[in-house]
Write a protein that binds this ligand. Structure first.
Ligand SMILES: NC(=O)c1ccc[n+]([C@@H]2O[C@H](COP(=O)([O-])OP(=O)(O)OC[C@H]3O[C@@H](n4cnc5c(N)ncnc54)[C@H](OP(=O)(O)O)[C@@H]3O)[C@@H](O)[C@H]2O)c1
Length: 493
């Protein structure tokens, strides 16, 4: 059980402070992290049992219930009913007492709760600093201005987090000067603006390379108008946070995999709710290598198609970044894994990643091989990140009522598909995108924590087989497109 206690002295009489904090429904009027608040079911704000539903500045919604309120002791107790922040069994009490000279107030704010393993210190610090100390400072500013001036009061610990620096922070990054080949990537000066409401500013420590970065660079995916910084996956340290950000703090180690582009940079400002705070045992490079490809493996195997023990799964590009994670995870579930690769060396890597039957496609027809391996039945699900002509062939390797999941076009766009082709096998076709599965912060937390758990248990190992200085991203892109990379690639800023 985590216990958080903060206290302070306010230079105003206890009744004045009580008037300011008593209303369970108006914390949005004074607390810097609360955006709006409403009491459910039309109850009074001091009715025991009433529930306040409120939003934080970053958009998160919380519900808290009033458990006790006493005007004689100037105290109230409340608990969290639902929250996107994992403060489990959270019960807090706020108590005011007059200081003996009568014109000042001792304010005690404390709580107990549980957290997911490893997040105790981080969440205790967030509650203590952002919620309690932030609240002290806000009330102090309101009531001390009205009260007779006396000596300046201090909190019992450091004061609330320093506001972000108003200046932009300069760094270097990769800029796409125009849509085109790897030569369009330039190492240039960039800057990160001060974080606005709901934003954080990061110093990247590791950046993930993904095939989507190639599509962005060429203009195949219209996600960037040059000049601009590409990249959708990175890990780093929080420099400062904007107003209303309560679950991320300066110094936190975080990672992300999401649009908008901008990861190929030493420093960056972005939305806080797209970040995941990293558990201690996930190092920065592993996070930068795994967030996009590993969360993709999670949703493809558990959400787009729920793979079961005994299923036959085909993974194309089985020695690639997404491919090696898909193979390991599918094998862990108990599936029979067939993979396609372009060389014997890649076949060895795929086998090490849990692929039972690597098929070397140079010199071998994968459809015939899948049919051989399955005794003519075909695969229950095929994960195709290659596209081009491979996709239609994949249909031929599918079992009756099988599921073809087209999740990327590394070999080029897929030709328009005649739907009646699916009726030959009552086949299902999906074209999913990670970012649609992680757009809701609750889903992002769920998918990323499943991934971290798999890594922690050793069920999935993240193979970082190439590292390049970020400044040499052009070389990394050329290698990826020429099929010279295997597993994951990290760019070091
Ligand atoms: N939809 C989503 O949510 C999502 C998320 C992540 C990734 N993806 C997609 O998943 C695919 C894999 O991404 P990744 O970043 O992990 O890349 P990767 O698999 O590490 O690299 C691509 C691999 O594709 C194979 N390939 C086959 N034909 C190719 C061609 N004509 N040109 C280049 N490569 C070819 C190569 O392996 P062999 O040499 O062994 O054939 C190559 O190593 C991409 O299509 C990507 O867009 C989609």
């Amino acid at each position: 059980m985590v216990s958080v206690v903060r206290s302070t002295i306010i230079n105003a009489p206890v009744e004045a402070v009580w008037r300011a904090v008593r209303d369970f429904n108006d914390h949005d009027k004074w607390h810097p992290v609360v955006a709006d608040s409403v009491i459910e079911d039309g109850k009074a704000a001091d009715q025991i049992g009433c529930v306040r539903r409120f939003h934080l500045q970053d958009g998160s919604e919380l519900r808290e219930q009033l458990l006790k309120l006493c005007d004689r002791t100037h105290s109230f107790t409340y608990c969290i009913l639902s929250s996107p922040i994992p403060l489990i069994g959270y019960v807090a009490t706020l108590t005011l007492k007059p200081v003996t000279d009568g014109s000042r107030t001792f304010w005690d704010w404390r709580s107990t709760f549980r957290t997911p393993p490893g997040r105790e210190a981080e969440l205790a610090e967030m509650v203590g600093k952002n919620v309690y100390e932030g609240g002290f400072e806000a009330i102090r500013a309101i009531v001390e201005a009205k009260a007779a001036p006396t000596a300046r009061a201090t909190t019992s610990r450091a004061t609330a987090a320093a506001p972000p620096s108003a200046a932009a922070i300069a760094g270097q990054g990769i800029v796409i000067s125009r849509h085109g080949g790897p030569e369009a990537l330039r190492w240039q000066r960039i800057e990160a603006l001060p974080p606005g409401p709901g934003e954080v500013r990061l110093r990247h420590t590791a950046v993930g390379l993904n095939y989507i970065d190639v599509y962005v660079r060429t203009g195949f995916y219209p996600l960037l108008t040059p000049p601009g910084v590409p990249g959708m996956e990175a890990a780093g340290e929080v420099i400062d946070v904007g107003p209303g950000v309560v679950n991320i703090m300066p110094g936190d180690r975080v990672a992300y995999a999401c649009p908008p582009v901008g990861a190929y940079a030493q420093v960056r400002t972005m939305k806080a709710d797209q970040l995941v705070v990293l558990p201690q045992e996930i190092d920065d490079q592993t996070a930068a290598a795994a967030m996009l490809k590993g969360m993709t493996a999670e949703y493809l195997l558990r959400r787009t198609h729920r793979v079961k023990r005994g299923d036959t799964v085909v993974v194309h590009a089985a020695a690639g970044g997404a491919g090696m994670l898909l193979c390991q995870w599918a094998r862990h579930i108990g599936a029979r894994v067939i993979g396609t690769v372009s060389s014997e060396d890649k076949a060895r890597l795929a086998r090490e990643a849990g692929c039972d039957f690597p098929i070397v496609t140079r010199g071998q027809d994968f459809v015939a091989a899948v049919n051989d391996i399955t005794g003519g039945k075909g695969a229950d699900v095929i994960y195709d990140g290659i596209g081009g002509e491979t996709l239609l062939k994949s249909l031929d390797a599918l079992a009756m009522r099988g599921h073809l999941v087209s999740y990327g076009p590394a070999a080029g766009p897929v030709a328009p598909l005649d739907l009646s082709l699916l009726s030959r096998k009552s086949a299902t076709l999906s074209r999913p995108v990670l970012f649609h599965y992680t757009a809701d912060p609750a889903d992002l937390r769920d998918i990323s924590s499943n991934l971290f758990e798999m890594i922690r248990r050793g069920a999935v190992r993240v193979p970082i087989n190439q590292r390049y200085p970020l400044a040499e991203a052009a070389r990394a892109h050329a290698d990826l497109e020429a099929r010279r990379t295997t597993g994951a690639t990290v760019l070091v800023p």
